[in-house]
Design a protein around this ligand. Sequence first.
Ligand code: PLP
Length: 274
Amino acid sequence: MLFRPDQNALRLKSGAHRLCMPYPSVDQFVSAVKQVVLANKKWIPPPGRGTLYIRPILFGSGPILGSLPVPEYTFTVFACPVGRFHQDNAGLNLKIEDKFRRAFPSGTGGVKSITNYSPVWITLAEAKAQGFSDVLFLDAATGKNVEELFASNVFIVKGNVVSTPEISGTILPGVTRKSIIELTRDFGYKVEERVVPVEDLLNAEEVFCTGTAAIVTTIASVTFKETKTEFKTGDKTLAAKLFATLTDIQMGRVEDKKGWTVELTDATTPGLKL
Ligand SMILES: *Cc1c(COP(=O)(O)O)cnc(C)c1O
């Protein structure tokens, strides 16, 4: 089962456009992913034991000295069996990063580009050395609002309202984020995509993060300027319910009424039979 490959293809396309790179069509992208999965089917973990993580990569290369777009581009699809990304079932302990910023207005924070990680790797390394699981970045313009984690999006829950930072160019538009917004609304919650001040996060009842690898992961605590705030964790959280619902759809355990999954069999993809 593939999860929303078309959405990932469209995101690669808009990111490549922003970085002046040529890109594969949605069909080329999805077909390449299918071929890689079928060619590696023996590496797909058994149900409940993990997933086959797929990472499509577009890179440029060539004999060029100037700081210009290169003459040659490669699109490749990498796959690797993985277990759960965040091992910590008790929930993550985050540190709000108060010195370095991940993205700035009109920059490339909204592009899934490798150039967004190395400038802030220092913050994650420091947080991990201090015993934290991940970092939470603040917006570069004011330093007052939360944006996202190192590689996942953040949501806060208070009563019947779920809030998440809006897509404004500085956060990565996660496919999981988009799917979780839809499922949360289906559960009857009001979802607000808006500016989320740090105070709102610290006053929330529940906090969780989303991403292809993180799926939906509960956040147990957030530390801001040495003060630690704890949040609800466990089976009764909205995060636990969303995790169960999303993985049921992804694994084909329930009917996919949204059309998010693509089932891959030799029969449904005859041209790709290997
Ligand atoms: C990949 C990523 C996400 C999550 O996006 P998904 O499409 O849900 O996997 C969020 N933030 C950053 C910075 C990311 O790199």
